[in-house]
Write a protein that binds this ligand. Sequence first.
Ligand code: 5RP
Length: 220
Amino acid sequence: MSPDEMKKLAAKAALEHVEPGIIVGMGTGSTVNHFIDLLGTIKSKIEGAVSSSEASTARLKALNIPVYELNAVGEIPLYIDGADESNHYLQLIKGGGGALTREKIIAAASKKFVCIADQSKLVDILGNFPLPVEVIPMARSYVARQIVKLGGEPVYREGFITDNGNQILDTHGLSIMEPAKLEGQINNIPGVVTNGLFAIHPADVLILGSPEGAKTIYPK
Ligand SMILES: O=C(CO)[C@H](O)[C@H](O)COP(=O)(O)O
C-alpha cells in the first residue's frame, strides 16, 4: 500500500469526529487534502470551515464549503491536520508545507485536535524531520545564529514565502529530547514567528493509516 493510500485511510477515519452543524478547523497538506475532499461529500451536514492556508482555502471553496475567518467564530470544536512526525505523546513536528503558524493558531483555538497521517510519521524521538522555523525576513540571519547555539543546523528554504509573508529556516541535526522546552526556547528568539513543534499543546488523537487499516492512538 502506498503512503498516499494510507493517508487517505486516515482521512476517512477522521470523518467520524465530525459532528453535525460544526465548523471544522482545517490544516494543510496532502493528507488534509484527502480529508477536505471527503468533507465535500458531507458538506450539507456541517456549517463550514476555518482554514490554515491559502491552499486549503482554495480547495474548500472549490467544493463550495463555506470558509470563515477565525476572527468571526468562537472556539472551534474540531481541528484536523497532518504532521511530519509524531512521538508517542502526540507531540508533533509540523510545517513541511510551511503553514505552521496559522496551523498552530487554529489548533490552539480548537477544542480537539485530531492528527491524521500515514504510519511512517510515528517516531520514538522527534527530530529526524528538519524542524521548520518561520522568521521575519530581516531577522533571518540573526535567528539562524541563535539556532546554531541551540545545536541546530538551520537551512534557509530558498524561494519560499509563507502566507504571512515570512521565510522558513529548516533546522537539521536536532535530536529533540525535551520538545516542549525546545519549542519555548526557539519561540523566545526575537524574529521567530513560531516553530513547527506542537509539543506544549500536542494533538489529542492520532489516526494512522496502515496496510492493516486506520489505527487510532491516544497520548501515552
Ligand atoms: O504541517 C504541515 C503543513 O505545514 C503538514 O501537515 C505536514 O507537512 C504533513 O504534510 P502531508 O500531509 O503532506 O504529509
